[in-house]
Design a protein around this ligand. Structure first.
Ligand code: S3P
Length: 168
């Protein structure tokens, strides 16, 4: 039996460029791209923001962990995970078995990117302060699951995709 698995899984904090880089990678490789945030929204018929507000973060994390497990065993293209997916221990255990690209980014770089898109429930109010907290707490988790890390700070999304292709 052949198992289906993503060619590469992209992880990193909000504002690290996961979605853009995953799309570029998929186009270069001629494969499909999937994003677990979109999977959760499609499955629930609700935006992530509404799930956070109406049902709470723990419910979102359970839905996310299930979406990640499903995508890891069924998707054979590029898979981008939501920035907080690595919080879940079961998800980290599953990722040990995959090629995982970690997009590292400075606080300033991430803040500049998410500043353009403020729909993220965990970043309401003091965006920079919330981001710093998330990034400090999660950096070890991204590193734990990473097969390799790309420092995205001086690179365009195209150059990040090049680095990932070279590492795979
Ligand atoms: C989250 C990141 C978001 C989304 C949700 C929670 C987080 O994904 O899953 O808002 O905890 O960092 P992006 O990293 O794609 O913004």
């Amino acid at each position: 039996m052949t198992s289906t698995r993503p060619v590469v899984v992209v992880v990193g904090p909000p504002g690290s460029g996961k979605t853009t880089v995953a799309e570029l990678l998929a186009a270069r490789l001629g494969v499909a791209v999937r994003d677990t945030d979109q999977d959760v929204e499609a499955a629930e018929g609700e935006s992530i923001q509404d799930i956070f507000v109406g049902r709470g973060e723990p419910v979102f994390r359970e839905l996310e962990a299930a979406a990640v497990a499903e995508a890891l065993s069924t998707h054979d293209g590029v898979l981008a995970l939501g920035g907080g997916a690595v919080i879940d221990e079961r998800t980290r255990a599953l990722l040990a078995d995959h090629t995982v690209a970690h997009l590292d980014v400075s606080l300033a770089g991430a803040a500049a990117r998410v500043g353009m898109n403020t729909g993220r429930p965990l970043l309401m109010g003091n965006i920079r302060g919330q981001l710093k907290k998330l990034m400090d707490a999660r950096r070890p988790l991204y590193q734990q699951v990473a097969t390799f890390t790309v420092d995205t700070n001086e690179l365009t999304p195209d150059q990040v995709a090049d680095r990932i292709l070279a590492e795979m």
